[in-house]
Design a binder for this molecule. Structure first.
Ligand code: THU
Length: 127
């Protein structure tokens, strides 16, 4: 387990833009080469346009040119679990990696993305 990754996810909560829910979420992804990129949730006044912290961290990493990932951490106040949309995107971009789920005091649990999204749909089904 990479404590720097977890610390980054916890730190990123400070950047969350969550004026509607007040639920601050931070995330961080570790690339195959050991770089760590953070993200936070960004809410919209048109609520459905909100983007979760996990996806922001992954999209940021992709935009920076990284394509291979080995772990992801997500931090909330109460150890909340990644939403369904993020589970799909984590699977699509990372396949089976450990996801560290943290509350405001640190780690709650580590679970693999294959457990978060069993029987996943993915590019292997696009023939
Ligand atoms: N949220 C995340 O950032 N990640 C999740 O996996 C669950 C939900 C955000 C979206 C919204 O800004 C707030 O938490 C409440 O749903």
């Amino acid at each position: 387990m990479n404590q720097t990754l977890i610390n980054k996810a916890m730190e990123m909560r400070n950047n969350a833009h969550a004026p509607y829910s007040n639920y601050l979420v931070g995330a961080a992804v570790e690339t195959e080469s050991g770089e760590i990129l953070g993200g936070c949730n960004v809410e919209s006044s048109s609520y459905g346009l909100t983007c979760c912290a996990e996806r922001v961290s992954l999209f940021r990493a992709i935009a920076e040119g990284y394509t291979s990932f080995k772990a992801l951490a997500v931090a909330t106040d109460n150890g909340g679990s990644p939403c369904g949309a993020c589970r799909q995107v984590i699977w699509d971009l990372c396949k089976n990696i450990p996801v560290h789920i943290c509350d405001k005091n640190g780690l709650v649990k580590t679970i693999f993305s294959s457990e978060l999204l069993p029987h996943a749909f993915d590019d292997s089904q696009l023939t």
